[in-house]
Design a protein around this ligand. Structure first.
Ligand code: MN
Length: 262
């Protein structure tokens, strides 16, 4: 084949491709269509019609000294550690409602953990703690629900504690409040009441690793992106629920969040 022939073929091919592209509907040009719809997981934003689409759910473990001690570890020597929940583990709870939360399968020791949740609007890697809060879009009040018996048993066996932490509806939270309106949450009372009796009662200042430090540490391990949310750890006095129990979570500066175990 001489060079002229080759050029002719290439040109013809390019024209054929261009012609094909022009005749295909615009929507199909984005790529193959999914076989079935997978709904996006979203969280309502207070005061906005837009919603917050969740990309990943990160959680920090043992981030209050007194809770670290009750879980059997030494808070003075432990670097932060993280785990994830699946994106669709989210259960949204509307302000002013008491959302039904089904008692999950497999566990006989189902625990509450009230936590501040930070929602990111941007991300990156190796983010310095001093710049970390620039990536926070807003905050929510959340519950990191836990099958404690399975978490402990799997941990004791040095197996992943996945089914103890990362199951359906295990990431409960209220709507996101933009930090532009609330400011950043570096201090403030956080509490949880079970059937009207206060069980967890602490202050965000008691976190071992601040939200900014958590973002910095996480970004050393993962590229953080818009849509990531971070459960920032629970204070001491976690405990069990049974069907019929009502949990009321409070964080200074945000509306209450409440669920009923059904
Ligand atoms: Mn937790």
């Amino acid at each position: 084949m001489n060079s002229l022939d080759r050029r002719t073929i290439l040109t013809t091919g390019a024209l054929a491709l261009a012609g094909a592209a022009a005749s295909v509907p615009a929507a199909a040009q984005a790529g193959p269509k999914s076989m079935f719809p997978v709904p996006a997981t979203t969280i309502p934003i207070v005061g906005e019609t837009d919603v917050f689409q969740v990309r990943r759910i990160y959680c920090i473990g043992r981030n209050y000294a007194a809770h670290a001690r009750e879980m059997g570890s030494d808070p003075t020597r432990e670097p932060p550690f993280f785990f994830q929940k699946p994106t669709d583990a989210i259960q949204n709870v509307a302000v002013g409602s008491v959302a039904d939360h089904p008692y999950p399968s497999l566990t006989k020791n189902y625990h509450y953990e009230v936590e501040l949740v930070a929602a990111l609007k941007s991300g990156g890697t190796n983010i310095p703690a001093e710049k970390a809060l620039d990536h926070v879009y807003g905050y929510a009040l959340g519950l990191d629900m836990t099958r404690r018996d399975l978490q402990r048993a799997l941990g004791d066996e040095k197996k992943p504690w996945e089914i103890g932490k990362s199951f359906d509806r295990s990431a409960v939270l209220g709507p996101i409040h933009p930090a532009a309106k609330t400011g950043h949450f570096t201090k403030g009372a956080i509490s949880l009441a079970l059937n009207g009796a206060v069980k967890q009662n602490s202050n965000l200042q008691n976190m071992i690793w601040s939200v900014a430090e958590q973002i910095a540490k996480l970004s050393d391990a993962f590229e953080l992106k818009a849509g990531d949310i971070i459960y920032s750890g629970t204070p001491e006095n976690v405990g069990p629920v049974v069907k019929g129990d009502v949990l009321l979570c409070k964080l200074e500066g945000l509306p209450d969040m409440s669920i009923k175990i059904v």
